[in-house]
Design a binder for this molecule. Sequence first.
Ligand code: GTP
Ligand code: MG
Length: 222
Amino acid sequence: MNDGNAFTRAEIEAGRRLFAGEWAFLSASGSLRSLPAMAAPEIAFAGRSNVGKSSLINALTGRNALARTSNTPGRTQELIFFGGPEPLVLVDMPGYGYAATAKSKIAAWTELIHDYLRGRATLARVYILVDARHGLKTADDAILDTLSDAAVSHQIVLTKCDQLKEPELAGRIEAVKAAIRKRPAAFPDVIATSSRSGDGVAGLRAAIARLLIERGHLPKRI
Ligand code: GTP
Ligand code: MG
């Protein structure tokens, strides 16, 4: 399913091990002033409200309710930091675009998201989650611009792929790849996932393990 995202068996195994341990809530920040001290590399999950950011963190860590999810857009309202046994922190973010919340609150979240993405030296990569049924939306442009300007490694992850039939999904992947070709700072490949079926989750774990190995945070094992 992950066209162009080929991983070795060793990388898949490194990814499995990375997420196999106990993951736990570390802290929540509603403003830049209350961010935790920078330590381990951070991987952040951004995307429009309700695309499935919190659900994907639960799927990666094999926990049903580590991150709080909801049918209603606007569930995650702060930057939420999760830590595991390895040197890695996962960051769940509030959604952008729309939410069942006051406009002023959304504006504050959006500012926080951009400030965090721009200024966090320990931020190793951002996954931009996009609902496979809907594709890239104009609301994603601002985040992609911020990440490209700040030279932060970032890649598109399609979510809820269980909701599409195979040919439809293949078409969506091609359309997103075509749109992203105009953005040379983004990874050219797209990772297709479903938190519900688990499709693509092992590949995403492997991608994160590869990044940590490349940056010297995890030992390279053959
Ligand atoms: P906000 O925090 O509000 O921005 O939302 P979020 O992006 O964290 O989304 P969340 O994980 O809360 O999921 C939103 C809804 O999508 C929930 O009803 C989930 O059950 C559903 N959902 C998440 N992932 C999947 C998936 O892979 N497949 C399907 N079919 N539904 C999913
Ligand atoms: Mg959420």
